[in-house]
Ligand binder design. Structure first.
Ligand code: HEM
Length: 591
């Protein structure tokens, strides 16, 4: 029998070669299936005796004689419980799903690599950055945030881009989203921020009223909301065309045990592009998997997307004085903290089994490596617990042993014994410490320098809480300086279209007031468009417009299925950028 160590080593080299694409793995017998890494990763034998080579078996390896019909008493039934193949098949079927991620449920993933292009060893001793040219294999997951599995991928939503770097010193997970700021900054508000963006639990319907109600009561989040209601932030054209940001402040620690505060950036080398509202809505109906398809097809044709991976660095002392160092609703000005290159992230290989690779992958900001640490950022602090906790619930206590999550180095952990679906034998160490039988020990060379804390225990506001500088100055900068005229026009449209669905006038007025506090032109732009929608000079929703126009066309010609739908509709709505021809739906009522 194979020893555990040799199995693990075999598994690691298989995973390594698969991730780096250096050797090819064996083909399964199904012509549709690409080379499989699954059996290689788990170490489960894949051979069968020659006489069983082409025969179906049960999950316990027993050959199956029948597939189509259930075992019945007589030709008409009833079905017998002793049809164990049937029992295995249906009980497996009812357990196919695991709980979806509570947020970021809708997504796709792919493999890739990081190549270091710049020497940042003065800031961090992390081995993966130690030499220019070093390549680290990674798995990335692209996601929506509040959209759910099955939703159209072009719905308005922030986007996630999570990376798991398989380094020589263990896994480093970097979770990023496509806005450099978040809509809340204390983890205690996190569940409220999520609930406000999800369906109203009473009706199970999406509720713009609760979203805007939350937004006006959390003006620190306006900064992200303006980005979300822009085309680039809310309706990106492609996962390949998003810039992404770590949002929270992390730390770097160098070989001299000096600490620096750090923010991570991924700048798309494909450019950053978004659909306007009409385009996003039409594509939502036409191809709900648009973003996944775009990424998969780009990888398949060898057009590997790349990101410039960079960081901003703040000296430790400055962080203790700056009001924004640990506030993830704020950006650090590039003029004060310029981008420093780290390397290039390339995505280059599609997964072959969505469930084992994309659904079971588990990212957590708590997974860092020596040289990368945390900060007092109050959102990050909470996130250090939330992700592991979510994954214990979603996947199970042994999720870190799954092939996609395990490190490429052998973990030496002695506290993880038992729990559902343990994959590895735990025969190497005593499961307590210290012990005469224990050869493993902690190594103080990995100790981080002490972190300064200041003040008494209490519930503290952020230093500038409630001031213009805190709530409105950075959104104003974004609106006036960063957004182009067309960005602004589409921002007004996008906000007004959503506000038109809000059922509380108090909330609508509060949103408009917040817009004025950011900038007069933003307030004017949103309120003018909202008024015209309400007075009927502009339709309330795009869907309503499309329906009316289809019905008009149908009424005039009575010839179903022949009209060039989209372009004419697009023209009437004032945009001609839609190239698609949406097939006409004959079931629309003409009433
Ligand atoms: C208090 C605020 C937050 C809460 C409560 C929260 C919670 C969660 C939860 C529960 C998950 C699902 C984990 C799983 O089941 O595997 C998740 C995923 C994720 N979060 Fe957060 N999060 C917060 C803030 C952030 C921030 C600031 C970022 C930005 C960097 C972020 C980025 C992500 C990403 C990219 C994923 C998807 C990971 C994947 O693809 O599996 N989150 N978050």
């Amino acid at each position: 029998m194979q020893s555990t160590t040799s199995t693990v080593k075999g598994v690691i080299s298989e995973v390594m070669s698969t991730l780096t694409g250096t050797t090819s793995t064996s083909n399964t017998s199904c012509p549709l299936a690409p080379p499989s890494i699954i059996s290689a990763n788990t170490g489960i034998p894949t051979t069968s005796p020659p006489e069983l080579k082409n025969t179906f078996t049960t999950m316990t390896g027993c050959p199956i004689a029948h597939m189509k019909n259930s075992l019945t008493a007589g030709p008409q039934g009833p079905i017998l419980l002793q049809d164990t193949v049937l029992m295995e098949k249906v009980t497996q079927f009812t357990r196919e799903k695991i709980p979806a991620r509570n947020v970021h449920a809708l997504g796709t993933g792919a493999y890739g690599k990081l190549t270091v292009t710049n020497d940042i060893s003065q800031y961090t001793c992390a081995k993966l950055f130690s030499k220019i040219g070093t390549e680290t294999p990674l798995f990335a997951r692209f996601s929506g945030v509040f959209t759910e599995q099955g939703d159209p991928e072009t719905n308005r939503d922030p986007r996630g881009f999570a990376l798991k770097f398989y380094t020589e010193e263990g896994n480093w997970d970097l979770l990023t989203i496509n806005t450099p700021v978040f809509n809340c900054r204390d983890v205690k508000v996190g569940p409220d921020a999520v609930h406000a963006n999800k369906r109203d639990p009473r009706s199970a319907m999406w509720s713009p009223t609760q979203f805007w109600d939350f937004t006006v009561n959390h003006p620190e989040g306006l900064h992200q909301v303006l980005m979300l209601y822009s085309d680039r932030g809310g309706t990106p054209m492609s996962f390949r065309m998003i810039h992404a940001y770590g949002c929270n402040t992390f730390s770097f620690i160098n070989v001299n045990k000096e600490r620096f505060w750090v923010k991570f950036h991924l700048i798309s080398m494909q450019g950053c592009k978004g659909f306007n509202m009409l385009e996003a809505k039409i594509i939502a109906g036409e191809d709900p998997n648009f973003l996944t398809r775009d990424l998969r097809e780009a990888i398949e044709r060898g057009d590997f997307p790349k990101w410039r991976f960079a960081c901003q660095i703040m000296p430790e002392e400055e962080g203790y004085k700056s009001p924004f160092a640990f506030d993830c609703t704020k950006v650090w000005k590039h003029s004060d903290y310029p981008l420093i290159d780290i390397g290039i992230v390339e995505i280059n290989k599609n997964p072959i089994d969505y469930f084992t690779e994309v659904e079971q992958v588990a990212f957590s900001p708590a997974n860092v490596v020596p040289g990368i640490g945390f900060s007092p950022d109050k959102l990050l602090q909470g996130r250090l617990l939330i992700y592991d906790d979510a994954q214990h619930h979603r996947i199970g206590p042994n999720h870190k042993e799954l092939p996609i999550n395990r490190p490429i180095v052998e973990p030496h952990t002695m506290w993880n014994i038992g729990g559902n679906f343990q994959l590895e034998t735990k025969d190497k160490y005593p499961h307590y410490y210290p012990s005469y039988f224990q050869k493993l020990k902690p190594d103080p060379k990995y100790m981080e320098p002490p972190l300064l804390v200041n003040g008494a225990v209490g519930y503290y506001d952020y230093p500038l809480e409630g001031t213009d500088e805190d709530y409105y100055a950075q959104p104003r900068e974004l609106f006036t300086r960063v957004m182009s005229t067309i960005d602004k026009q589409n921002l007004f449209e996008n906000i007004a279209a959503s506000l038109a669905k809000v059922t509380s006038e108090d909330v609508v007025q509060a949103v408009i007031q917040q817009c004025y506090l950011v900038d007069q032109k933003l307030g004017d732009g949103v309120s003018t468009l909202l008024k015209s929608r309400r007075m009927g000079t502009k339709p309330k929703t795009i869907g309503e417009t499309l329906l009316t126009q289809y019905n008009e066309l149908l009424a005039s010609t009575k010839e179903f299925g022949k009209m060039p739908a989209t372009n004419s509709v697009a023209k009437t709505l004032g945009t001609e950028s839609i190239a698609h021809q949406v097939p006409l739906r004959t079931e629309f009522s003409t009433q």
